[in-house]
Design a protein around this ligand. Structure first.
Ligand code: NAI
Length: 245
C-alpha cells in the first residue's frame, strides 16, 4: 500500500497489535524498526528478515526519552531518515483498582509508558523525520471514549494520547507531517489475556459484530494511515471497534 522502502518505527512491536503491524510492514518491504522491552522482538526481526524483509530490533523502554532518542538515532544510521511511526507500546492495569485506592507509583507507571512513551517516540521521530514528510499513528483506545472502571489511569492516558495527537498534528501539518490516533475496541492480545471468560463474553456482546478484534484487523488500519493512500487524513481519531462506541 505504497509504503515500500519507507523507514518506519513500531513501538510495542514485541506482541499483539505491534507485532502484527511489524510483520505486515515487513511483508510490504518497509525498513521496519522494532522497539520493545520484550526480547521477542529479536525473533520477529529474524522472521521478517527470513521472508526477505528488512528489520532492526532494539530493546527500548519507551518511558525513557534517553533510550528512545538513542534507538531512533541508531535507526537513522542504519536505514536513513524516519518516514513514519506506529507508537503502540502500552500497558493496562487489570481493571481492578479504583482511583480511591490507586497508588502514585501505579498511576505514574501507566501514564509514563502510555502517554510519556508516545510523547518520547513521536518527538524523536519528528526530530529525525524525512524532510519530504512523515506519517505517525499513535495508540489511543476505546477506553478514552467510554472510560474504564478500575483502570482510570489507562483511560486518562489514552484520552491524553488522543489530545496529544491532535495538537501535534496541528503543529506539524504545515510541515508535511500527518499524525493520527487509533481507538481500537477490545482486541484479542496478551493485554486482555488474563481477563475471565465471562467478561470477554460481555465484551463480545457489546459490539455490533459480536466478537473481539484480531490484531491484524487493527494493523491493517495502521498500515493504511502510514501509507500515502491516507494522504488527506490527519488529526483524526479512528475508531476500530465494530460499532461499540
Ligand atoms: P500487548 O500487551 O500484546 O503488547 C504491548 C507491547 O508493548 C508489549 O510487547 C510490551 O512489552 C510493550 N511495552 C510495554 N511497556 C513498554 C515499555 N515501557 N517500553 C517498550 N515497550 C513496552 O498489547 P496490545 O493489545 O497489542 O496493545 C497495543 C496498544 O494498543 C497499546 O497501546 C494498548 O493500550 C492499545 N489498545 C489495546 C486494546 C486491546 O484490547 N488489546 C484496545 C485498545 C487499545
Amino acid at each position: 500500500m505504497s509504503v515500500a522502502e519507507k523507514v518506519i518505527i513500531v513501538t510495542g512491536a514485541g506482541s499483539g497489535i505491534g507485532k502484527a503491524t511489524a510483520l505486515l510492514l515487513g511483508e510490504d518491504k518497509v525498513k521496519v524498526a522494532l522497539f520493545d522491552v520484550n526480547s521477542s522482538i529479536f525473533d520477529i526481526e529474524t522472521q521478517i528478515k527470513s521472508s526477505g524483509g528488512t528489520a532492526l530490533a532494539i530493546k527500548v523502554d519507551v518511558s525513557s526519552s534517553a533510550e528512545v532518542d538513542a534507538a531512533t538515532k541508531a535507526v537513522v544510521e542504519a536505514f536513513g531518515p524516519i518516514d513514519g511511526g506506529a507508537n503502540l507500546a502500552g500497558i493496562s492495569g487489570l481493571g481492578t483498582v479504583n482511583l480511591e485506592h490507586e497508588t502514585d507509583d501505579a498511576w505514574d507507571r501507566v501514564v509514563g509508558i502510555n502517554l510519556g512513551g508516545v510523547k518520547n517516540a513521536m518527538r524523536a521521530q519528528l526530530q529525525h523525520r524525512n524532510p519530504k514528510g512523515a506519517s505517525i499513528v499513535n495508540a489511543s483506545s476505546i477506553g478514552a471514549r467510554i472510560g474504564s472502571p478500575g483502570n482510570a489511569a489507562y483511560s486518562a492516558s489514552k484520552a491524553a494520547v488522543s489530545a496529544l495527537s491532535k495538537s501535534v498534528a496541528r503543529e506539524m501539518g504545515p510541515k508535511g507531517v500527518r499524525i493520527n490516533a487509533i481507538a481500537p475496541g477490545i482486541t484479542d492480545t496478551a493485554m486482555v489475556g488474563a481477563v475471565p471468560e465471562s467478561i470477554r463474553e460481555e465484551w463480545r456482546k457489546a459490539n455490533v459484530l459480536g466478537r473481539l478484534a484480531q490484531p491484524i484487523e487493527i494493523a491493517n488500519v495502521i498500515l493504511f494511515l502510514l501509507s500515502d493512500k491516507s494522504s488527506f487524513i490527519t488529526s483524526a481519531i479512528i475508531d476500530i471497534d465494530a460499532g461499540r462506541v
